[in-house]
Design a protein around this ligand. Structure first.
Ligand code: NAP
Length: 253
């Protein structure tokens, strides 16, 4: 990290920003003027991603952060506090989908896989958010964006017309449904503050998350999908809190 930054520009932390959607979100936030902290569990990969943004003139710095390691979250918060004194935007983007390689119908209720999925997609979000909350409270306009998915919508899982109806990924879907519940709960807990908390579905994105065929199958480039995530990260003071949206509008819980 560096000490040269604009006091008025937002300070934004994106977890899992070394590649995929997170990197695209970080680029968008940087292009909007934010100083972007690139969270990555591998320090070299986070620095490479940050350097790629700096090469295009953006303000981006790496933060080593494995969301499943509480000490990483605490250390990252200490560093951000020392360097910037506050955090304006937290994008909880890091996520995994271990069921992509073998859906639950093939490996029913694989407990280790459930635990691993929840460890990253839910408990990691809780740990990082808890560590960053004091810094977000010091912002005049704290924003928390939880990167969720329509596949976490219980309404969608029950809708035979949904393109995802045949997908049985209960660890992933359950972790994101729980993440959505966290969004609701946190938005209520923080209702008397200026911090806004929302869940966002970026669409079906051309990344590595869904396995080796996902990039070719997915319709939406990460750069395009990043727009709605960045928009929710930069909501104005009158913005909503406790909502679940995608690029088209509200998503049913
Ligand atoms: P991706 O290309 O597989 O990238 C996942 C990112 O999360 C990587 O940077 C990865 O870091 C990071 N990560 C995983 N575990 C981590 C941990 N313990 N600590 C810190 N970082 C960790 O997937 P993506 O598509 O960009 O996914 C980003 C988010 O979008 C996820 O929350 C996902 O659920 C959500 N989403 C994606 C889609 C889609 O169609 N792709 C749709 C809806 C929602 P490493 O490089 O170290 O592995």
């Amino acid at each position: 990290m560096t000490t040269s930054y604009d006091d008025n520009a937002p300070i934004a932390l994106v977890t899992g920003a070394n590649r995929g959607l997170g990197l695209a979100v970080a680029r968008r936030l940087g292009e909007a003027g934010a100083t972007v902290l690139i969270g990555g569990r591998d320090a070299a990969s986070a620095e490479d991603a940050a350097a790629s943004l700096r090469e295009t003139g953006l303000k981006a710095w790496p933060v080593t952060l494995d969301v499943t390691v509480d000490a990483d979250a605490a250390a990252a918060a200490d560093r951000i506090g020392d360097e910037y004194g506050r955090l304006d935007v937290l994008v909880n983007n890091a996520g995994i989908l271990p069921e992509a390689t073998a859906p639950d119908l093939e490996r029913p209720l694989d407990l280790a896989r459930f635990r691993a999925t929840f460890e990253t997609n839910l408990f990691g979000v809780v740990a990082v958010t808890r560590a960053m909350l004091p810094l977000l409270r010091r912002s005049g306009a704290g924003r928390i964006v939880n990167v969720s998915t329509t596949m976490g919508s219980l309404t969608d899982q029950l809708d035979p017309r949904s393109p995802y109806f045949g997908l049985v990924l209960p660890a992933y879907q359950g972790s994101k449904a729980a993440l959505n519940a966290l969004t609701i709960g946190l938005s209520k807990s923080l209702a008397d503050t200026s911090i806004l908390v929302n869940s966002v579905c970026p669409g079906w994105v051309q990344t590595d998350l869904g396995g080796p065929d996902n990039r070719a199958a997915a319709p939406t480039p990460a750069e395009k999908a990043a727009r709605i995530v960045a928009d929710m990260a930069l909501l104005g003071a009158d913005g909503a809190s406790g909502t679940f949206v995608d690029a088209a509008g509200p998503v049913a819980w």
